[in-house]
Design a protein around this ligand. Structure first.
Ligand code: EPU
Length: 416
């Protein structure tokens, strides 16, 4: 049996790192994943004047108290979707923020209207000019915020802006993802008063001061889920360590239906396959539904299962761009709008393919591991935005995988 250690959660880290701006002292953050989205968030803080110290390879001390100017330069922020968390955190700290419209994976339309709605409810005015979002408030005042769609980003941004507002803020129809809870726990460890994170109503009583804190980021459930599927696709037997089994339940339940064996321990999970994989249907939904960030990976697995599987994407408009790449590897998948129909062929063949986004890249790695012959994946900078040492970790499990730097490709690397 192989063993692999899961890193800290990307989508928690990219919220917690900007949130250190709210503290009136240094924060020590542990279990920080070494991925490019996190490097960009740290770099933004550094450029703004924060004092950053690496304590060890996954622990970092951030002192943001010297940041004076609540502006994130266009060139830095546009490379990363989660740069919008600087809006909430700067608005919460200074009552002002100027941040570029966010970049990130191309998954279809990615509006930020609900973020703006939350800031406005708290008393801020928001204007978009020259590709920058400007938010401003004399005083932020607690308010009732009803989110029209369940959104992780707007839930987190509303918390960041409200944590120091005067009075009570109630966020209704809030996202319940583990990283939403992790950010609330971090803010509470700084002295915030947030209740209900992980349910669809979050109550925040504003406090006047937040202290520095020591905090360890939760394990990345999507990285863990990706290794679970890699184990299943290769009919392997893998112990996945440093995880929270509860966060993996939507993934575990689906994999068991496909015929994958799973045994849970306190902070690890064993995944193995000793029989046929069978078809299923999957619909992605906000937590605790099946995560959209696991949709391409499970599609790769279902190409290897017996029978016809159906995947419905319930979060993003356009998350099937990877299908053309899987077809090059022999997959039989047809897509109509938000629904993909997969005829399991039980077999994939290696081919040259391109990662079109982060999770698409993970799906191609899974397909490449299971395929006969060699697969060459181009544009792996997408994968490096969200997976720490994926090649090393897979080699540790016996995979034959190497990473090559192709001259000229580095310039595109930062464009996430
Ligand atoms: N939406 C709106 N208006 C808004 C915000 C969102 O209509 O103001 C819609 C979106 O268009 C989408 C849905 O609400 O249809 C959900 O979007 P959400 O705001 O939850 O997504 P996000 O915060 O931009 C985060 C993750 C994504 C993940 C989604 C859904 C981060 C940095 N990103 O994005 O992660 O897919 O939540 O769980 O936390 C990834 O890691 O590969 C990734 C794309």
């Amino acid at each position: 049996m192989g063993e692999v250690e899961i890193s800290g959660a990307k989508n928690a880290a990219v919220a917690i790192i900007p949130a250190t701006i709210l503290a009136d002292g240094p924060c020590i953050i542990e279990n920080v994943p070494n991925i490019s989205d996190v490097s960009i968030a740290i770099r933004i803080l550094y450029e703004m004047g924060a004092d950053i110290k690496m304590i060890n390879k996954s622990t970092i001390q951030i002192d943001s108290t010297r940041i004076m100017e609540p502006v994130v330069p266009y060139e830095m922020a546009r490379h990363m979707r989660a740069s919008y968390y600087f809006l909430g955190t700067l608005l919460g700290k200074f009552g002002r923020a100027r941040v570029s419209m966010p970049g990130g994976c191309d998954l279809g339309d990615r509006p930020i209207d609900q973020h703006i709605k939350a800031f406005k409810a708290l008393g801020a005015s928001c204007v978009i000019d020259h590709g920058m979002v400007n938010a401003y408030a004399d005083n932020l005042v607690g308010a009732q915020i009803y989110l029209d769609v369940v959104t992780v980003g707007a839930t987190i941004n509303a918390m960041l802006a409200a944590v120091k507002a005067s009075g009570l803020t109630v966020i209704e129809n809030a996202a319940k993802e583990p990283h939403v809870v992790d950010l609330a726990n971090f803010l509470n460890s700084m002295g915030a008063d947030i209740m209900g994170a992980g349910t669809d109503v979050i109550k925040i009583r504003g406090v006047s001061k937040l202290n520095g804190a020591n905090y360890s980021i939760i394990p990345d459930q999507i990285e863990a889920g990706t290794f679970m599927i890699a184990a299943a696709a290769t009919k392997g037997d893998v112990l996945i360590k440093n995880i929270i089994p509860k966060h993996l339940e939507p993934i575990t339940a689906k994999l068991e239906k496909i015929g994958v064996n799973i045994e849970e321990f306190d902070d690890s999970i064993r995944v193995w396959v000793d029989g046929p994989l069978v078809k299923t249907s999957v619909k992605t939904m906000p937590h605790p539904g099946f995560p959209t960030d696991m949709q391409p990976q499970i599609a790769a697995l279902l190409t290897l299962a017996e029978g016809t599987s159906i995947i419905t994407e319930g979060v993003w408009d356009n998350r099937f761009r990877y299908v053309d790449e899987l077809r090059r590897m022999g997959a039989d998948i047809s897509v109509d709008g938000k629904v993909a129909v997969i005829e399991g062929t039980g077999r994939l063949t290696g081919a040259p393919v391109k990662a079109t986004d982060l999770r698409a890249g993970a799906a191609l790695i899974i397909a490449g591991l299971a395929a006969t012959g060699t697969t060459e994946i181009e544009d792996i900078y997408h994968i490096e935005r969200g997976y720490e040492n994926m090649d090393l970790k897979l080699r540790g499990l016996g995979a034959d995988i190497i990473k090559r730097n192709i001259p000229g490709s580095a310039v595109r690397k930062a464009i996430g």
